[in-house]
Design a protein around this ligand. Structure first.
Ligand code: FES
Ligand code: FES
Length: 163
């Protein structure tokens, strides 16, 4: 027997109330029920990071999180971060450095990178690689992604000034 559960949450700042199947993953809920298709489904086993979204300010695997578990939470997806302009410098750097090829990994990469630049402003290349290790890319070989994140960290440090 299939059970539906009513959930209320905030998605990219908008209130959402829906009945969801108990087994519905968060990433499927966002993609199939809310039309937010920026987050992708890759491995569905918590390995690749393509499904990364923010739940109450922390990145999580959308494939390992059930929609029913985020009742009352604040969800942010790449669409919301993009609309807010908060990742504009990362998006520009990814494009400029050719860190996007097929784009399948890019939403997850950008969300993890956004968390990194906020949490580790002094990260060097080794620290960037370690932080991004849970996001897989089958196209770029990672070098360009690390280049882009390093460039943004440098820009943000320069913008923050000496104080
Ligand atoms: S689809 Fe979620 S980690 Fe791969
Ligand atoms: S750009 Fe294709 S998987 Fe990363």
């Amino acid at each position: 027997m299939q059970r539906d559960i009513e959930i209320s949450l905030w998605v990219n700042g908008e209130p959402v109330r829906r009945r969801v199947e108990a087994r519905r993953s968060l990433v499927d809920f966002l993609r199939l029920e809310l039309g937010l298709t920026g987050s992708h489904v890759g491995c569905e086993h918590g390995v690749c990071g393509a499904c990364t979204v923010r739940v109450d300010g922390t990145t999580q695997r959308g494939c390992l999180t059930l929609a029913a578990q985020v009742d009352g939470c604040r969800i942010e997806t790449v669409e919301g971060l993009s609309d807010s302009g908060s990742i504009a410098d990362l998006q520009a750097a990814f494009l400029e450095r050719n860190a996007v090829q097929c784009g399948y990994c890019s939403a997850g990469m950008l969300l993890t990178a956004a968390e990194l630049v906020a949490a580790r402003p002094a990260a060097d290349r080794a620290a960037i690689r370690a932080y991004m290790a849970g996001n897989y890319c089958r196209c770029t070989g990672y070098q360009a992604i690390v280049d882009a994140i390093e460039a943004v960290l440098r820009q943000r440090r320069a913008g923050a000034g000496p104080g």
